[in-house]
Design a protein around this ligand. Structure first.
Ligand code: FES
Length: 109
């Protein structure tokens, strides 16, 4: 069982949340299944940056970033060297700590 800690976010997740997941899936799918409403304007096809997350722990355990994701990430607000598009980031066998950025290109809060 993989433990994923989504850090608090002012509007999406004020108290933060720990979730557990067994099988390979994207961080976005896991978040949505657990009631964490990360924006996903392009419906998970790697054509926006609204699902941008920063992987505070476990970054290297995720699948590799491909060229399309890399190109899209360049447009993300507050890009970090541990940034991923959560719809493209597939978990493996390591626990994760995820930060949902304060802003994305769809809204400001
Ligand atoms: S939902 Fe658009 S890139 Fe992830």
């Amino acid at each position: 069982m993989i433990k994923i800690f989504f850090l608090p976010h002012k509007t999406i997740l004020p108290k933060g949340k720990i979730v557990y997941h067994r099988s390979k899936d994207s961080i976005l799918n896991i978040a949505l299944k657990n009631g964490i409403n990360i924006n996903h304007a392009c419906e998970k096809v790697c054509a926006c940056t609204t699902c941008h997350c920063i992987i505070k722990k476990g970054f290297n355990s995720l699948n590799k970033i491909n060229e399309l994701e890399s190109d899209m990430l360049d447009k993300a607000w507050n890009l970090n060297f541990k940034s991923r598009l959560s719809c493209q980031a597939i978990i493996s066998d390591k626990d994760l700590i995820i930060k949902i950025p304060k802003y994305n290109i769809n809204y400001v809060n």
